[in-house]
Design a binder for this molecule. Structure first.
Ligand code: DC
Length: 225
């Protein structure tokens, strides 16, 4: 059984995907962590964000291992666990640059399919999982939330981390990102292509309940299938 979750940054899809995997007791494949691992290594090797050839070389040479469980994806590069290190703001910026290099995407898509084949049943999360990587997935979700709600969530997170920002700044950033990010998952908005879950007015528990009930409705034995 393959379940894909794609959609907007800040829609809560990562946490929802992890919690859904835990409920179904199947591994969670966090594909963003793979883009981040390449970004991390780029920074280690001082490759600049606009050096497309350099980024591709880093990605090609990278010894990356993923450990996917029902509550986590842990990532190591060259034998070193970088699961926490890849969450920094610098790595986020580098990962966004990595995600724009098509040959790197092709490489990571192959790796994601290899990992998926090894896992059998799993929940995969990213922004091209249902459209590109696992087009034959059993259940495909697109998770969205309105831009204002996502901006407010991001602002709350920044304030919690002690960062200064205004709502308008964050909203502008969210809208700019959407224009670039939507390309991969937009095909899933075609009628019948995926289940669209708008989380604007839902708590995390409600989102997970909704996803789980769709899966149980569509897949008779989610773990065995
Ligand atoms: O979801 P995230 O923030 O951990 O993802 C890190 C970066 O990788 C982000 O810029 C989006 C990009 N990404 C992607 O292009 N395709 C994926 N399947 C997963 C992530």
């Amino acid at each position: 059984m393959v379940i894909t979750l794609d959609g907007q940054a800040g829609s809560g899809k990562s946490t929802a995907a992890r919690k859904l995997a835990a409920r179904l007791d199947v591994p969670y494949l966090d594909t963003g962590a793979m883009y981040r691992a390449v970004g991390y290594q780029m920074l280690q090797e001082a490759v600049s964000l606009d050096d497309t050839a350099g980024i591709l070389e880093v990605a090609r040479d990278l010894d990356m291992q993923l450990d996917c469980g029902p509550t986590h994806t842990r990532v190591s590069v060259f034998g070193r666990d970088v699961s926490e290190a890849i969450r920094s703001l610098d790595v986020s910026r580098a990962a966004a640059a990595v995600a724009r290099v098509q040959p790197v995407r092709d490489l990571l898509v192959c790796k994601q399919r290899e990992i998926g084949a090894g896992l059998g049943a799993f929940v995969s999360e990213g922004r091209d999982q249902g459209s590109v990587v696992f087009p034959d997935a059993d259940v495909k979700f697109v998770v969205t939330a309105d831009a204002g709600k996502r901006a407010q969530r991001r602002l709350d997170d920044l304030h919690a981390e002690g960062e200064e920002a205004t709502f308008d700044e964050v909203l502008t950033h969210v809208i700019e990102r959407d224009a670039n990010d939507a390309r991969q998952w937009e095909p899933l908005l075609e009628p019948g292509a995926a289940i669209v879950v708008d989380t604007s007015d839902m708590t995390l528990a409600e989102v997970v309940d909704t996803l789980e009930s769709y899966v149980r409705e569509r897949v008779v034995d989610p773990v065995g299938a």
